[in-house]
Design a protein around this ligand. Structure first.
Ligand SMILES: Cc1cc2nc3c(=O)[nH]c(=O)nc-3n(C[C@H](O)[C@H](O)[C@H](O)COP(=O)(O)O)c2cc1C
Length: 461
């Protein structure tokens, strides 16, 4: 179906095609018959795709990324098309037009887009009114689609000075809070001057403090931070620490990039680059974050098919988001990705998508200096504490070793820290030449895990 529509849409300027699509989906959202028709021709349903993340149940892990439905005009249509969740926005306190057109560019040779939209949206009050017509997140009788968690992504109004950013966020958040299943603090769009400076420690602490206080006054809600792929390692590491310290529910990585690496044809337009050229960096950021925090991670940036989707899940993403690939491939993308995830579950002998999360989150440790794989380190010198989950024991048999590093993967266990510790324990044992059958398992708490992780690392360094 999209194959027939695409040539027509691609003959139009990119934003005109976008507006037409959103208007059509908004129309369908108001007509249950059309929604049923959409549902008939799209989506992919399989119980193994259900996943519980952020305290919410998602029918599948594939979500609509922010920016496509800025004004929450098409929420029922996203459910009908088979998304596991939808993130609306970015919404700002003030309605704003965004940057002058043209501001959205297709890069078909690279399966990419460049945009400098600049948070064009109808403002928090209009979006609140639209969402309130669908009902609150807490109301089971609401008209909003059942089982479609809706995230509300909030950003700074262009006119708000940077040093008053927190108050501007607060004005939006207090209006939208009751209608969000989860809230996203967007500090990473490259198209609002100065916005990315909010990722720096000082302003970020203020914003995270605000989110923490709203949890007290407006009610508990998962709050996530959406970050840029252009942050360096120290910035990313800082964000992990602060996100945990301020009780964030997760991190969305990543927004668009200001980089132009990997482009075959660079149109020389300013703005954020999305789609395939962003994939490698988004995966890299995901891996970096996964190694440093136990928080749920949502991966966005160049997810364009089953292979990329599976790689993100295996690298530690709990949820995925798509935007650009949807423009190029249409709603058939969902079925393609979700069917691919189910095939991967079958190949791995796993029973739900949550078990795929972090399967490749390898801990790589240097072997003791001068030693070969399997060389002997007395096993009695450290205690192996790991989950007694049967599946992880099965995965231990897949331990692989190489000359200088030992890596192992295991499936989901009771908690991410237990899983990370399980990997580390497996690495330690493998480095010590201990066959899996001789490893001792006992359940260890979070702090015990951390302690023995340290001692294992010291042993091997
Ligand atoms: C035209 C366009 C507009 C976007 N607008 C927003 C936005 O308002 N807020 C936001 O957080 N991300 C926005 N994004 C970023 C996407 O949500 C996503 O993080 C990014 O495009 C990477 O995913 P992709 O490669 O699948 O497109 C936008 C992306 C595009 C292409």
């Amino acid at each position: 179906m999209y194959g027939l529509l695409r040539p027509f849409l691609f003959r139009l300027p990119a934003e005109t095609a976008h507006d037409l699509t959103i208007r059509s989906l908004a129309f369908a959202s108001r007509h249950p018959g059309l929604l049923r028709l959409l549902q008939l021709f799209s989506g992919f349903r399989d119980e193994r795709l259900h996943t519980d993340v952020l305290g919410l149940g998602f029918e599948n892990p594939l979500l609509l990324a922010a920016g496509l439905d800025k004004n929450a005009a098409c929420v029922p249509a996203w459910a009908a098309l088979g998304f596991g969740g939808a993130e609306v926005g970015t919404v700002t306190h003030q309605a704003q037009d965004g940057n002058p057109r043209p501001r959205l560019f297709r890069l078909p040779e690279d399966a990419a887009l460049i945009n400098r939209m600049g948070f064009n949206n109808e403002g928090a009050e209009a979006v609140r009114a639209r969402l309130s017509a669908l009902g609150s997140a807490a109301d089971p009788e609401a008209a909003r689609p059942a089982r479609l968690p809706v995230g509300i992504n909030v950003g700074k109004s262009r006119d708000a000075p940077l040093d008053a950013a927190a108050a501007d966020y607060e004005a939006s958040l207090s209006r939208l809070w009751p209608y969000a299943d989860y809230v996203v603090l967007n500090v990473s769009s490259p198209n609002t001057p100065g916005l990315r400076q909010l990722q720096e420690r000082g302003p970020l602490v203020e914003l995270l403090g605000l989110a923490a206080s709203l949890q007290e006054t407006e009610g508990r809600k998962p709050v996530l931070l959406k970050i840029a792929p252009d942050l360096g390692d120290p910035g990313l590491a800082d964000i992990c620490v602060l996100a945990e310290e301020y009780g964030l529910a997760g991190i969305i990585a990543t927004n668009t990039t200001i980089g132009r690496d990997g482009l075959r044809v660079d149109p020389g337009e300013a703005g954020g680059l999305s789609g395939r050229p962003l994939a490698a960096r988004s995966l890299e950021v995901l891996r970096f974050l996964r190694a440093r925090t136990d928080l749920p991670l949502v991966s966005a940036g160049g997810v364009d098919g089953p292979r990329e989707a599976v790689a993100r899940l295996r690298a530690g993403a709990s949820l995925l988001q798509v935007y650009t690939a949807l423009i190029y491939r249409g709603p058939g993308l969902l079925k393609d990705i979700l069917a691919g995830i189910v095939r991967e579950l079958e190949r791995e002998g796993l029973s739900s998508v949550g078990e795929l999360t972090g399967l490749d989150a390898c801990v790589q440790l240097p072997l003791p200096r001068g030693s070969q794989t399997g060389s002997s380190v007395p096993v009695s010198a450290f205690t192996v504490r790991a989950s007694t989950n049967r599946r992880s024991e099965r995965r231990f048999r897949n331990l692989s070793t190489s000359a200088f590093t030992v890596s192992a993967s295991c499936s989901s266990t009771t908690s991410r820290s237990a899983r990370r510790h399980t990997l580390l324990a497996a690495c330690s044992a493998a480095a010590a030449g201990c066959p899996p059958g001789r490893m001792k398992f006992c359940r260890g708490g979070r702090s015990a895990s951390r302690r023995s992780m340290t001692s294992s690392s010291q042993l091997l360094s």
